[in-house]
Structures are given as C-alpha cells and as structure tokens.
Design a protein around this ligand. Structure first.
Ligand code: AMP
Ligand code: MG
Length: 353
C-alpha cells in the first residue's frame, strides 16, 4: 500500500508545523520538546513555561502512555482489544476491563450520533481491503461478493454492549477503533500533562493535535496539511485556550488501481471508500469526538456533512472537496487563514442545519 506522505514529505510537513508553532517564541529555554514514534505516526509533545527537566519527565510518560494504549487497543494484536476480537470472532461473550468498556460505550454513543457513519464494527471490512496494517500492500480492490459478505456481518456497536458489562454478538464481529483512538490517546496525554501541573502544551500526533494554554504571550498556532500537496500547509489556525484539531483524509492511506484512488475511510453503506471529500478538519474541545467526527464527515459526503456535523455536536469544520474547493462552517471561517489566496476566495460557508 502506498502512503500519501513519504517519510521525507512527512518530515517537511512536520517542520512546517513546527515553524508555524514557533512564531513569536520568547525564550527558548521555556520550551521543551519530546518526539517519538507511536501508533504508526510521529508524535510531538511540546511544553511551554515548565522547567525542562519536569517537562521532559512528563513528556516521557506521554510516550509510555501512547505505547500502552496502542498495545491494549490494537484490534489485531494480543492486547485487550485483540483478545476481545478473538472471542467475538467465535461468537463467545467477553468481559473487558472497565477502561475498555468505557471506551466502547463512548465509541457507541458517537457511532449512534453519526447515524452509523462512524462504525467501529467495520473490522472485517477494513481487513478485507488490506488497510489493517502498514505492511500489507493491497494491489486491487476486493470482489463485490466479499465486500457484501463482510457488510452483512455489521452490527450496531451499542447492541453488543450488555448491561452486565459483557460484550457479545453474532460470530465474526470484529471491532476496529482506529478512527477514534488517536483522539482518545491525545486527550489522555493532555490529562497526564495537566496532572503534572503543566498548563501550556501541544500533543501533536502526525498533524492531529490538542493544545492547552498559550505559547507565552500568544495563542498556539498550527498548520493544517494540504490534501494534495504532502509538503504544503493549507491553512493556519490559532488555538483557543483548549482545543483539538483533527483531520481525516483520503491521502493518509491508499492505493491506486486502474487510475482510481482507494483510500482507508470506508463507507459502511456501500463497503467502498467514501467519495467526494478529500479531507475533513474538525476543531473541538474533545479530541476523541474530533477524531471520530472527522472520519464520519468524510463518509457523510459533500451533501450531507453539515447534517452529520450538527448531529455530532461539531461546530467548527473545514471540508476540502475532491476537486480542491473548501467549505467551512460559520464557526470555522473566522478561525482560519488560508495559505492559498485562490482557495481562500473560493471557500464556501455552509451553515449547519
Ligand atoms: P481516520 O484516519 O481517523 O479517519 O481513521 C481511519 C481508520 O478507521 C481506517 O484506517 C480504519 O481502520 C477505520 N475506519 C475506516 N472507515 C471507518 C468508518 N466508516 N467508521 C469507523 N472506522 C473506520
Ligand atoms: Mg478519525
């Protein structure tokens, strides 16, 4: 499978983000930065206004947290979600721990609010398409029969969650929380930093991030990647005191077959990759909601994304359509500065219903 951003492109993009974040920096010694790879992406923890030794210690704990969450919640590994999937595959009920139960309940609520567009039970379909692992490189789309067979195994997540805390369903159900987990991890990382007394920080996981506080006398400022230009920044956003910015895009993981791009966000109604939208960027206080929401709005498509945003309680959204035009909610418009003048002029404001 080809990745939308080659390693070099990613680094350039991250350097650009760093540059944007670096505007107006007063004292170098007040900023501490810790970088690591986790969940298949480069994670950057930036802390401002905390003595470097304490900031570094907290950032290292964030790294440990990311690795622990990845191990526990990897659907295809031997952690807790992997074991739950193994039980579900054979139709056995399972009793996940409190943490995973709470996570599933949260995912179920978001899935319901999205009308099933964000669907954590798409595991078998994600596997079939070959988007479950970085190593696997699909060469062609699966057959329509196989897609239909996987779709018939879908069930609404909320129906699997029993009042006694157990999770059970028909054999073959497989949960994949990949559209939501990075957001949850970022939220938990921010909680951890706060528990260390840190008030000003960004946790940036490959361009998806949450920021708290300020960068000295200025708000944090971040760049949003351009969908069709891996090294480019489409727009800049100034973050209010505590906000997350998450983007879902058709350039993150995809392959091309006979001139068509097949990407990793799947439409549960058709079983095929979603169409019409290149990327969705959501600004929200809750990174988990922003992450699941960005994925759901990709699936909702060019006509229906405002209705899906309203149903999910998302106010500030930017959509880049497949043809490159931008659409914004009224709440997002004043927050953005486009890099490209033409895109800024062509942007259309879509009120939420
Ligand atoms: P994201 O990058 O947050 O949009 O998440 C995409 C990942 O979520 C994919 O790689 C799949 O593992 C999974 N996924 C794909 N389509 C959906 C969907 N409609 N609902 C929930 N998860 C999905
Ligand atoms: Mg997502």
């Amino acid at each position: 499978m080809s990745r939308g951003l080659p390693a070099a492109g990613r680094l350039v993009a991250l350097a650009l983000l760093a540059l944007l974040a670096g505007c107006g920096r007063p004292a170098a010694d007040e900023e501490t930065r810790h970088r690591f790879m986790a969940m298949g992406t480069l994670v950057d923890v930036t802390v401002f206004g905390t003595p470097p030794a304490a900031a570094e210690q907290a950032a290292r704990e964030v790294e440990t947290l990311f690795h622990a969450l990845h191990a526990a919640w990897n659907p295809w590994g031997d952690g807790e979600l992997g074991r739950l999937n193994e039980a579900l595959a054979s139709g056995q009920p399972a009793a996940p721990g409190e943490d995973l139960r709470a996570l599933l309940a949260e995912a179920a609520a978001l899935s319901e609010a999205s009308g099933g567009l964000f669907d954590p039970t798409l595991g078998p379909l994600v596997l079939l398409w070959g988007f479950a692992s970085e190593e696997n490189r699909p060469a062609a789309p699966p057959s329509a029969e196989d897609i239909a067979a996987r779709l018939s195994r879908r069930v609404a997540l909320e129906t699997l969650l029993r009042p006694d805390g157990r999770v059970a369903g028909p054999p073959g159900v497989q949960l994949d929380l990949g559209a939501f987990l990075k957001g949850v991890a970022v939220d938990r990382a921010i909680e951890l930093l706060r528990a260390h007394g840190i008030e000003h920080a960004i946790v940036n996981a490959g361009g998806d991030l949450r920021a708290i506080g300020r960068r000295g006398d200025r708000p944090w400022r971040v760049g949003i990647r351009a969908a069709r230009d891996p090294a480019g920044v489409a727009a800049a956003i100034e973050i209010a005191a505590d906000e997350a910015v998450f983007t879902s895009g058709d350039y993150e993981r995809y392959f091309e077959y006979q001139g068509h791009r097949y990407h990793h966000v799947l439409d549960p109604r058709s079983g095929y990759p979603s169409e019409g939208i290149a990327s969705v960027t959501v600004l929200n206080r809750d990174a988990g909601r922003a992450d699941a929401g960005a994925t759901a709005l990709m699936v909702a498509g060019p006509e229906d994304w405002p209705a899906a945003a309203a149903a999910l309680g998302l106010e500030a959204v930017m959509v880049i359509l497949a043809d490159g035009r931008a659409e914004l909610t009224p709440a997002m418009q004043p927050r953005l500065r486009f890099t490209d003048e033409a895109q800024a002029r062509g942007a259309r404001v879509r009120p939420l219903p």
